[in-house]
Design a protein around this ligand. Structure first.
Ligand code: 5GP
Length: 130
């Protein structure tokens, strides 16, 4: 069965999309640690990051850097943290999290956003990629 992220990439489940290229796809995390929390996901469905082939890994990192720089320009924060951690979804994903304090890196404190706020922050990040 395809992962929830494959369903998002295929357009079977909606998301607040940021961008995509041939190999990777970026969208807002639905339960964000902070406003602008974004997931970068390889289109190829692989469970664990250490199992990605080297070329795919490097492409994911370059893609995540590009998206991370756009987040840093769009979202006031001290810096954007990058984390590959978590056990919920068996499909590699890089968390890009605007950090205001280390609280945002703990995955214990979540921010509630309504759809208009999600769409607004997604558009602000997208505009930095143009
Ligand atoms: P992890 O595997 O990193 O522990 O958790 C998966 C991450 O994906 C969580 O941060 C969760 O909020 C996010 N997530 C899970 N399901 C969905 C979904 O359907 N849409 C979006 N946008 N994010 C999701």
């Amino acid at each position: 069965m395809p992962s929830i992220f494959t369903k998002i990439i295929n357009g079977d489940i909606p998301c607040y999309k940021i961008t995509e290229d041939e190999h990777n796809f970026a969208f807002l995390d639905i339960n964000p640690n902070a406003k602008g929390h974004t997931l970068c996901v390889p289109k190829k469905e692989v469970n664990k990051i250490m199992d990605l082939d080297e070329a795919s890994y490097l492409k994911l990192m370059a893609f995540s850097r590009k998206v991370g720089k756009a987040i840093e320009s769009a979202v006031p924060c001290k810096r954007v943290g990058m984390s590959v951690i978590g056990l919920e979804v068996p499909h590699v994903h890089v968390h890009l999290i605007p950090l205001h304090s280390m609280k945002n890196a703990t995955f214990q404190h979540k921010e509630k956003l309504d759809p208009a706020e999600f769409e607004k922050i997604a558009e602000q990040i997208r505009s930095q990629l143009k």
